[in-house]
Design a protein around this ligand. Structure first.
Ligand code: PEP
Length: 247
């Protein structure tokens, strides 16, 4: 079955890294899975130059951090700039961005600004403390509210990345049973709040310490539509092998 494999490069890479990566990747990738790269903004254009084979899509990692889009903002990128660079996707609400700004207003404004022009991958995840207090579902529902309240018909399919904060970059992952349970919970919660949607309109990706050893099992887990990969997406051989997995 076709799955989404997304690479979040965060603030890693260089022009040489991008060249070496795609020289290898394009020669070795062989998949029907849907691949999306989220390079740092400064390398989106360079990555875009490797897109002639239409093997992958491109996305931005962070739209803007200022809620007042009507004014011009130093250091910001607009939705149209990402579109101009052939991006089709945008990450919104990544926990590393939330940790810096911790303001749902920002994510609401970002969703409004995108207005269906880019496919949003909305990231949510509980902290270690939420897990210890058995309040994972409450936390996820609260974070999902921002997405649901700003939902527009043009956002179909709705993409959510479930990324437990304690699993990101830690080498720890939830059990497959927990991943499945939570993905189902997310889908049901969205369906409950947006009853006009169907289950197929909601795609939930798992993110947090995915690597070649655990990717196949995670991708085969019920209710998992794909993965969002940080660290392991920087190792071109490992990432290519993950993309090539037959699920
Ligand atoms: C991420 O930050 O989106 C992520 C999933 O990171 P990692 O795979 O390194 O845990």
């Amino acid at each position: 079955m076709k799955k989404i494999i997304a690479a979040n490069w965060k603030n890693n890479g260089s022009k040489k890294f991008v060249k070496d990566f795609f020289d290898y990747f394009l020669d070795n990738v062989d998949t029907k899975n849907e691949i999306i790269f989220f390079p740092p903004d400064l390398y989106i254009d360079q990555v875009n130059n490797y897109r002639n084979k239409e093997i992958f899509s491109l996305g931005g990692q962070n739209l803007n951090t200022n809620p007042f889009f009507k004014t011009t903002v130093t250091g910001a990128n607009s939705c149209d700039m990402f579109l101009d660079n052939n991006c089709s996707h945008i990450l919104i609400g990544h926990s590393e961005v939330r940790a810096q700004y911790n303001d749902t207003l920002i994510f609401s404004e970002q969703l409004k600004h995108v207005n269906g022009k880019l496919k949003v991958i909305f990231c949510i995840g509980e902290e270690e403390l939420d897990r210890e207090n058995n309040s994972t579902s409450e936390k996820l529902s609260e974070l999902l509210d921002t997405l649901v309240k700003n939902f527009k018909i043009t956002h179909i399919p709705v993409f959510v990345a479930y990324e437990p904060v304690w699993a990101i970059g830690s080498g720890k992952t939830p059990t497959l049973e927990d991943i499945s349970y939570i993905h189902r919970f997310i889908k049901n919660k969205i369906l409950e709040k947006l009853p006009s949607l169907k289950e197929k309109d909601i795609m939930v990706l798992y993110g947090g310490s995915v690597n070649l050893k655990n990717a196949k099992d995670i991708l085969n887990t019920p209710y998992v539509d794909g993965v969002l990969i940080g660290g392991a997406s920087l190792d071109v051989k490992e990432f290519t092998n993950i993309c090539n997995l037959k699920i």
